[in-house]
Design a protein around this ligand. Structure first.
Ligand code: CTP
Ligand code: MG
Length: 222
């Protein structure tokens, strides 16, 4: 039962505002994407990696990842969902477990990757790492006035890698044009249960310059 990790890394990183696509921005001595791919391979439970690279930077991405193997690099799509869908075409039949992992979560500890893989291997069709929400969460109307306070005890913040049985992820992505901010949402739309395992604060998504500064100063490379 082999495990493939699909890594959407084709985003522009507009909120980060660097002059390079976010995945190629260096932090702690290497581009975010290199940390992310190395973390997956070093976890010991990922057999190969397929990366969706920024379309104008495919060759550069290949060369940045040339020291890591086995890794396939393809040009990503216009949004995250299409980037994942493109990498899915490069999965091979022996890959029965598929992880989808944001390049932007470059410092995810191996323990999280292992928990997700183990849960899928134990028979769960879809597994996501989550954290309890610590802020009070409110709903607001269009003018910013509070309309409700949501009971946070049942809320979870969702991370990656998200793990799936191959056939489940294929079915979830079968209708082209169906988009979501993560892959589990597409699985939920099929009515298939999505299970949770504990995530980790170090698996934060690097989105803003503040997140990058936190990563640079505080996060151990996985
Ligand atoms: N992603 C992708 N293809 C896209 C857009 C996003 O592969 N067309 C990837 C990003 O590279 C990232 C992950 O999806 O690893 C999560 O997206 P996000 O954090 O939003 O990254 P960006 O889209 O690059 O950032 P921004 O939204 O600020 O532009
Ligand atoms: Mg984005």
């Amino acid at each position: 039962m082999s495990v493939v990790a699909l890594v959407p890394a084709a985003g522009r990183g507009e909120r980060l505002g660097a002059d390079l696509p976010k995945a190629l921005v260096p932090v702690a001595g290497a581009p975010l994407l290199v940390h992310a791919v190395r973390g997956l391979l070093d976890s010991g439970c990922v057999d190969h990696v397929v990366v969706a690279a920024p379309p104008l930077h495919v060759e550069q991405t290949e060369s940045l990842l040339s020291g890591l193997s086995p890794v396939t690099v393809v040009a990503g799509g216009a949004d995250r969902t299409s980037s994942v869908r493109i990498t899915l075409d490069h999965v091979v039949a022996s890959d029965t477990v598929v992880l989808v992992h944001d390049a932007a979560r470059a410092f995810t500890p191996a323990s999280v990757i292992k928990r997700v893989v183990a849960a899928v291997q134990s028979g769960k069709p879809a597994v996501i790492p989550v954290l309890a929400v610590t802020d009070t969460i409110k709903q607001v109307d269009a003018s910013g006035v509070v309309t409700a306070t949501i009971d946070r005890s049942s809320l979870r913040a969702v991370q990656t890698p998200q793990g799936f049985a191959l056939d489940v992820l294929r079915r979830a992505h079968a209708s082209a044009g169906d988009t979501a901010t993560d892959d589990a949402t597409l699985v939920e739309r099929l009515g298939i249960p999505v299970h949770t395992v504990e995530g980790h604060p170090h698996a934060l998504k690097i989105t803003t310059p503040f997140d990058l500064a936190i990563a640079e100063s505080h996060l151990p490379t996985p």
